[in-house]
Design a protein around this ligand. Structure first.
Ligand SMILES: [Fe+2]
Length: 152
């Protein structure tokens, strides 16, 4: 039986750690939007952001555990996340249109990373990571469609 066959794939681990870092920023941005959003769409957006960050917390756990499965170590401090993330931590964003626009931009950025990682993992025969990215891609595409439908 082949186990731990992907050990010592530092490029993939680094890429997953970058995704993990960005996901943590995304998670916290969603919490901020959940707390700060104001206006007529408050109830809907407040709930939607909670749904998104709850799912994100699970995704984050999946990514960290995948890193362990392929022989790496997940980054686990705020300090490291800030160092490795390319997403920006949003501050004082409270308008419905801006919270939605920023969530869309964050998700599109993550979607690009899912695709890059899926390709990289595919090239190294790591089907588990390809499958995980596939799940994230479908969910992100669905969420992007819903968020974009909010804009008129
Ligand atoms: Fe809450």
């Amino acid at each position: 039986m082949k186990s731990n066959v992907y050990i010592n794939h530092p490029d993939l681990v680094n890429k997953l750690n970058q995704l993990l870092s960005d996901y943590q920023i995304y998670y916290q941005n969603l919490r901020a939007f959940h707390w700060l959003v104001k206006g007529q769409q408050f109830y809907m957006l407040h709930e939607k952001f909670e749904e998104f960050y709850t799912q994100s917390a699970e995704d984050i756990d999946e990514i960290a555990e995948r890193i362990l499965m392929i022989g790496g170590k997940p980054l686990h401090t705020f300090e490291d996340y800030l160092k490795h993330a390319s997403l920006k931590a949003e501050k004082n964003v409270d308008s419905p249109s801006e919270t939605v626009a920023k969530t869309i931009a964050n998700l599109e950025h993550l979607l690009g990373q899912f695709r890059e990682i899926a390709e990289m993992a595919g090239d190294s025969g790591d089907e588990g990571t390809v499958a995980l990215m596939g799940d994230f891609i479908s969910a992100a595409e669905k969420n992007l469609w819903m968020l974009n439908s909010l804009k008129v």
